[in-house]
Design a protein around this ligand. Structure first.
Ligand code: AMP
Length: 481
């Protein structure tokens, strides 16, 4: 956290209101440094870890700067994974909720036509993975002429995943009078070159990683033979008895094995890896966020894009092969001022990987003994009690910000020549309702959706049953989705 205040940035009342509901009281360090410069449209290269509050550091200025009236996308955010794209879209939507900012995530494995239709609507911010963004550009379904902001998130990971050429291809299609911001945990040469080539006198911002990895996270290392890992895992979880826990494995097979073992031992658990269908992956992530289960066993795919407020414990069931992965995995706990713990299981042959990680993070991970049978025995009752109860999620940000919002479905859209302004004009005339109570409006060919905020949904629904829009009688109902 920093000694600055969000009020110092002179944000609009719509954004300030969202920040209050999200409980973002004080800006984090990266936010204090990025927001004032981004508000002045300065190109930025920001070295910061995940968990530092970097998403809001660019989403707040973006939401402020976006012109609501403009129909074509004004900001493009590139992310290396689908999960992160979805997470960033959610963050932008939450922050821009009361300014009615419409953000859309585009990524592979989801039907192209669905995204195409959505891109046809007014869209302020597009968040996407490079491959699918290129598809949309090539097929003419994503218009770039109004893009004023390009954000490249987790640029080092784009490089690791081999996306850097695609990122460059996309940059070459964008208007040159744009603002570019690059966020990266590390700045490998190729990323720096990219920045030099395509940015205008970027200001470098360096947020020390140590604030994230050591101050708020207790790191521990346990040496264990491969064959003893499962029983160690069970002992450690009994002893730690976390409210929520992420267990990272190197391969899908390990995830499946560990998951099966825990499931059979009646742990409240789920699994996440690249071999699952995209819909299932989202369902699992949502379930974890909602507190439907406590233990999530995952590969590194899941290390990114999971923004869960209070993961108490991260277990590296397998030592990560890449040193950066250690930071990403453990960065899932100890977020935004909360305390967390990260325990790594290392076999006697994995010393060199551990050493590489320690060199990278700049400190030695303190060793700990495996829990003794007495300790495990003593913890068993409390563990059994917790595992049988549901996890209580104290801070589901999206749920809070969506409170009091009702989505209404109207049986008419573009084909009836209806525009957003027609809905606003009509709804804002209802006694007790103002334009501020109207959220995002989506107009499709034959139907439209209008979000009504501030708990006024039923009032509007009732009034609109007997009110025409632009002289047309439409059926109105509460939308199912
Ligand atoms: P990020 O680094 O963007 O993944 O954000 C890490 C976490 O911090 C997310 O759960 C954010 O919702 C949360 N967060 C971001 N900014 C703040 C803030 N100023 N105060 C409290 N929490 C924040």
């Amino acid at each position: 956290m920093s000694d600055k205040n969000f009020a110092d940035f002179q944000l609009s009342k719509e954004i300030t209101r969202a920040l209050t509901i999200l409980k973002y009281d004080t800006p984090t360090e990266v936010q204090s440094k990025v927001i004032p410069l981004a508000m002045k449209n300065q190109d930025l290269v920001v070295k910061s870890q995940t968990g530092s509050g970097k998403t809001a550091s660019f989403s707040i200025p973006l939401c402020e700067r976006i012109e609501w009236e403009e129909k074509k996308p004004q900001a493009l955010i590139l992310t290396p994974t689908r999960e992160l794209a979805v997470q960033v879209r959610e963050d932008v939507t939450n922050i821009g909720r009361f300014k009615r900012i419409k953000a859309l995530a585009v990524y592979g494995k989801e039907p192209f036509t669905k995204q195409k239709e959505e891109l046809n609507q007014k869209t302020h911010v597009v968040v996407g993975t490079p491959g699918r963004v290129i598809d949309h550009i090539e097929r003419g379904t994503l218009t770039l002429e109004k893009i004023k902001y390009l954000i490249i998130d987790e640029a080092d990971e784009m490089l690791n995943m081999g996306f850097i050429d695609e990122v460059e291809d996309i940059i070459n299609e964008l208007p040159s009078n744009r603002v570019t911001m690059v966020f990266s945990a590390t700045l490998p040469k190729d990323v720096e070159n990219l920045c030099h080539k395509y940015m205008k006198d970027p200001v470098n911002i360096d947020i020390a990683a140590s604030g994230i990895t050591t101050d708020t996270i207790e790191h521990r290392l346990i040496e264990v033979k491969e064959g003893d890992k499962i029983s160690l895992l069970k002992d450690v979880t009994v002893l730690e008895n976390p409210d929520s826990c992420l267990i990272f494995c190197r391969t899908k097979e390990h995830v499946d094995n560990v998951y099966t073992e825990l499931d059979e031992a009646n742990y409240s658990c789920e699994r996440l890896h690249g071999g699952l269908e995209q819909q299932d992956r989202f369902a699992v992530m949502d379930g974890f966020k909602m507190g439907n289960f406590r233990y999530l066993v995952a590969t590194d795919v899941a290390a990114r894009g999971i923004d869960i407020d209070q993961v108490r414990l991260v277990i590296n069931y397998d030592v990560p092969m890449e040193k950066e992965s250690y930071v990403h995995r453990t960065g899932r706990t100890g977020r935004a001022g909360n305390k967390g713990k990260a325990i790594t299981f290392a076999t006697p042959f994995e010393g060199k990987f551990v050493k590489a990680i320690e060199k990278y993070i700049g400190f030695e991970i303190p060793a700990m003994e495996a829990p003794s049978s007495q300790e495990v025995e003593a913890g068993k009752a409390a563990f059994d009690e917790k595992i049988s109860g549901r996890r209580v999620v104290r801070n589901n940000k999206s749920a809070r910000i969506n409170q009091g919002i009702m989505k209404l479905h109207f049986s008419g859209g573009k084909k009836k020549k209806l525009r957003a302004i027609d809905f606003v004009g009509t709804i804002a005339k209802i006694p007790g309702v103002t334009a501020e109570d109207i959220g995002i409006i989506t107009i499709q060919d034959h139907l439209s959706y209008v979000d009504i905020l501030n708990g006024k949904g039923s009032l509007v629904l009732q009034a609109m049953e007997n009110t025409t829009i632009k002289g047309k009688t439409l059926k109105v109902s509460k939308a199912l989705k």
